[in-house]
Design a protein around this ligand. Structure first.
Ligand code: CA
Length: 223
């Protein structure tokens, strides 16, 4: 799951990035409305957290432009309590939810999860494929009930694969949803993470939990 945070207040932006990364999301940050809109149009995000008062272009305008461009990504707007921001303006602009600053992290995370569920990105908190179970809330994975220790990136990759069981995911799709902008797309990042995931999941030569589909990508399947 990849999230774009558009926020000019550096403290809040870095707090959001760190907090969301700790919840196993890939996070990009834009510091003004124009840069935010550009990134949102260029990339495929699962969710956008959008501050309302921004340099160059305010949140409502960014949201409106996204909808005009037919981007259906869920948008959560952040606004301060005394802004004359009416619910109707937000709905008109195509926002899906809003939260007033200062906010409590737990509430923000709950709203993020609710929006992702509603928009189909994150269907269930727990996914089970074969004897592997992944919990997106606690960021844990078990196989036959035994916990498996994964790095944050390995977890995110497995989460994306398991939530799309039986679907072949290309390198490009994986990069879009699991990695943020800081990734060098020419490195063998995906391959090395798949390799280490297979090792940790105990995949042997005969039955592979993570399957390579030559020329197309990877998929998770029980047979
Ligand atoms: Ca601001």
């Amino acid at each position: 799951m990849r999230i774009l945070v558009i926020e000019d207040e550096e403290k809040i932006a870095s707090f959001l990035k760190v907090s969301l990364e700790a919840e196993c999301f890939a996070v990009d940050v834009a510091k003004d409305g124009e840069q935010g809109l550009k990134l949102a149009l260029e990339n495929t995000y699962d969710l956008i957290i959008l501050d309302n008062i921004l340099p160059k272009k305010n949140g409502i305008e960014v949201c409106r432009d996204l909808r005009i461009a037919r981007k259906t990504v869920p948008v959560l707007i952040l606004s301060v309590r005394n802004e004359t921001l009416e619910k109707i303006d937000l709905l008109d602009a195509g926002a899906d939810d809003y939260l007033t600053k200062p906010f409590i992290l737990e509430e923000l995370l709950a709203r993020v999860r609710a929006l992702l569920r509603r928009h189909g990105g994150m269907q269930k908190t727990t996914v089970t494929v074969g004897d592997v179970t992944l919990n997106s809330k606690s960021c844990t994975v078990t196989k036959k009930g035994k916990p498996i220790q994964l790095t944050r990136k390995e977890f995110m990759l497995l989460q994306y694969l398991m939530q799309n069981e039986d679907t072949v995911l290309s390198r490009g799709m994986i990069l879009e949803h699991v990695w943020d902008m800081s990734t060098d797309i020419f490195s063998n990042t995906i391959e090395s993470h798949i390799l280490s995931l297979r090792k940790k999941l105990g995949d042997n030569g005969k039955e592979k939990f993570i399957q390579t589909v030559p020329g197309r990508g990877y998929k998770v399947a029980t047979q």
